[in-house]
Design a protein around this ligand. Structure first.
Ligand SMILES: Nc1ncnc2c1ncn2[C@@H]1O[C@H](COP(=O)(O)OP(=O)(O)O)[C@@H](O)[C@H]1O
Ligand SMILES: [Mg+2]
Length: 215
């Protein structure tokens, strides 16, 4: 059965690391898995991604930023995610519309109701079946992300790295507020070594898959 599973969390919470671990686990169960990320996941969205991640583009207005993320998502859903689900795959996505709700809403202060309406439009009503939220302290997350980026693996959103601690605290809290509202969320404690976090995620995902089998 196809499922759409997303990973969310602050910078440095371990999303990219854990997505690969989860992919390995699901493949070992014999599932067909497609792994992707936002912003990006297809050529047109990747072009938008380079615009969004460039720390030199610090003059992007919050409304422009919201629409660029949404435009990238619309293409990603149409060109990659929906077709993969149609082929019966489990799609694992590193960030999705919840990131827009939290970064542009809780972070930048744009109107939540408007963001949610734009999100529905951009995702063409596609909502994840399961969202794993990696909850991690902000200072430690930023430290990890900066260390990673300065090692040359600059895959994070450089412009967000420059934001204040307070901005990132609002992001962490925004995610926790969303998780409290939406049943599809599983909040995972992301403290500890890679293996122990992977075990927590795998337990939650296996429980979800079992519940869907017996539904
Ligand atoms: N559980 C962990 N313990 C120690 N280091 C970790 C752990 N998970 C990830 N890292 C390291 O922290 C950095 C950030 O992890 P990453 O997966 O890139 O986070 P995100 O994708 O959420 O920004 C990477 O250098 C990664 O190797
Ligand atoms: Mg990442």
């Amino acid at each position: 059965m196809p499922f759409f599973i997303t990973l969310e969390g602050i910078e440095g919470s371990g999303k990219t690391t854990q997505l690969l671990r989860l992919q390995e686990h699901l493949r070992s169960l014999g599932r067909q898995v497609a792994v992707t990320r936002e912003p990006g996941g297809c050529r047109i969205a990747d072009v938008i991604r380079t615009l969004l991640l460039d720390p030199g583009n610090d003059s992007i207005a919050p409304h422009t930023e919201l629409l660029l993320y949404s435009a990238a998502r619309a293409q990603h859903v149409a060109e990659f995610i929906r077709p993969a689900l149609k082929q019966g795959k489990i799609v694992l996505c590193d960030r999705f519309a919840d990131a827009t709700t939290v970064y542009q809403g809780a972070g930048r202060g744009l109107d939540m109701a408007q963001i949610e309406s734009i999100n529905r439009f951009a995702s063409q009503e596609l909502v994840p079946d399961l969202t794993v939220l990696l909850d991690y302290p902000v200072e430690e997350g930023l430290h990890r992300a900066r260390t990673r980026n300065h090692c040359g693996n600059l895959e994070s959103e450089g412009r967000f790295e420059l934001e204040s601690i307070d901005f990132h605290r609002r992001i962490r809290q925004g995610y926790l507020d969303l998780a409290a509202r939406e049943e599809r969320f599983r909040v995972i404690d992301a403290l500890g070594g890679e293996d122990s976090v992977a075990k927590r995620i795998i337990t939650a995902v296996d429980q979800f898959l079992t519940s869907r089998r017996s539904a």
